[in-house]
Write a protein that binds this ligand. Structure first.
Ligand code: ZN
Ligand code: ZN
Length: 226
């Protein structure tokens, strides 16, 4: 079972239920945890086992710690993004080059996420709560997609968005723009019926073909441009 969680600010939050556990993927911007808790309670599926982040950005991860604290769920993030959830995180564009760490804490929590406690560190190819990790670094070093075999679905985080058709993320939000342009190629061989994006509507049928068509078109355009 996959459901988009309503009332969450920032990126789209999803609930994924499988025999291997109940997971919230990207619970959203700071302050969204009540909306997530309410929705999960209404489903009557029991407690959340895992809060899984496709990457560390605040619009996906802002409410992760509050959600874990409120529910007892454990946090999971790719190991390359884990340093960004700690105080003294790497300085880069999305942390305002380190300035965010010097803001008053009330303000800082709207700019950076601080998990402040041990997360499960994910690696490419491993499985968590019935979801297989597909590492696609670039947008952030630890950006991942999550492939659900039981649902034939791929969660793309920000590897690609579907806001105005399928697109790669714009250069000004990428840790490595070159990497972010390359990352979607990782998805080319995957088979899935449905695609769920961090931003933009889901594709509910033939999603892998739609994504492959986008990748092929991009390659052709790049070849033509020489
Ligand atoms: Zn995002
Ligand atoms: Zn992002």
């Amino acid at each position: 079972m996959i459901q988009r969680i309503p009332g969450v600010r920032g990126a789209q939050a999803y609930l994924h239920h499988s025999r291997e556990g109940l997971a919230v993927i990207d619970p959203g911007y700071t302050g969204s945890f009540r909306a997530v808790c309410r929705f999960v309670e209404q489903q009557g599926l029991g407690g959340i086992d895992w809060v899984i982040l496709t990457h560390h950005h605040i619009d996906h991860a802002g409410t992760a710690l509050a959600l874990c604290q409120a529910t007892g769920a454990r946090l999971a993030v790719h190991q390359a993004d884990a340093p960004y959830l700690q105080p003294r995180r790497p300085k880069e564009r999305m942390t305002l080059w380190g300035l965010a760490d010097r803001l008053p804490s009330g303000l800082a929590r709207f700019v950076v996420t601080c998990a402040g406690r041990a997360a499960r560190l994910l690696e490419d190819g491993e499985t968590i709560a019935g979801l297989t990790v597909v590492h696609g670094p670039g947008h952030t070093p630890g950006s991942i997609g999550l492939l659900s075999e039981s649902e034939s679905a791929l969660f793309l985080g920000d590897i690609l968005n579907n806001e105005r058709g399928i697109r790669t993320p714009p250069w000004n939000v990428n840790h490595s723009h070159q990497g972010a342009m390359r990352a979607p190629q990782r998805l080319e061989l995957l088979r899935y019926e449905r695609a769920y994006f961090g931003h933009g509507p889901a594709i509910l049928a033939g999603a892998d073909q739609t994504v492959r068509a986008f990748l092929t078109l991009r390659k052709t355009a790049a070849a033509l441009a020489g």
